[in-house]
Design a protein around this ligand. Sequence first.
Ligand SMILES: O=P(O)(O)OC[C@H]1O[C@H](OP(=O)(O)OP(=O)(O)O)[C@H](O)[C@@H]1O
Ligand SMILES: O=C(O)c1cc(=O)[nH]c(=O)[nH]1
Length: 214
Amino acid sequence: MHHISPEQIAKDLLNVEAVFLSPEEPFTWASGLHSPIYCDNRITLAYPIIRKHIARGLAQIISEDFPGVEVIAGTATAGIPHAAWVAELLNLPMVYIRSKPKDHGKGNQIEGHLIKGQKMVVIDDLLSTGGSVLSAAQAAKKEGADVIGVVGIFSYQLKAVYANFEEANIPFRTLTNYTHLIDVAAQEHYIKEETLETLKQWREDPKAWSEQFD
Ligand SMILES: O=P(O)(O)OC[C@H]1O[C@H](OP(=O)(O)OP(=O)(O)O)[C@H](O)[C@@H]1O
Ligand SMILES: O=C(O)c1cc(=O)[nH]c(=O)[nH]1
């Protein structure tokens, strides 16, 4: 099967303007970190060709790296649509994982039919610290899933993501990452030289950069 390259996915994200830059008034991430960049992968849902690139790329990684998978899980909310398309391509069952158990109805955190011992790959759209998807993976493990891997569209390659996945002892893969995004943005002049400098500086120490805005 033809591999969709990390550069192509980075280009897709830039082309659909999923990458937002605001160095003066930084974004606040799920982890509480402040950042000059926000990658809104939800925008890709509006583009059938691009969401197909993503689904095929994720399905391919899963087939190659996690061949024993028996169920695909999507994290609420942004992981769910991609998980559904990947489950469809791989002809596998799908569940989704809420960030917290529901406070009414059945009180579920994992929604759908999960069989104990089932080998699961969890899909999130994006990994910053990995905290969200790992907490989803822990919830699935508590319900009896055997989480064999995590896949996503994009990783910022933060030190925290490597440390957190190592601690959880779960492997992860992404279609593209910050290195590819910045390379493509620089080569194809998507981002002003001055902003690129800020993005390179931010990357040296995202925590210290964030602390200026606490
Ligand atoms: O790796 P992390 O540090 O946990 O950050 C990444 C998470 O943050 C975003 O979700 P968000 O909490 O904004 O919720 P959403 O999916 O409902 O939009 C994103 O979709 C990831 O799940
Ligand atoms: O860490 C986050 O919350 C986050 C960062 C980002 O670039 N995009 C996103 O959807 N969430």
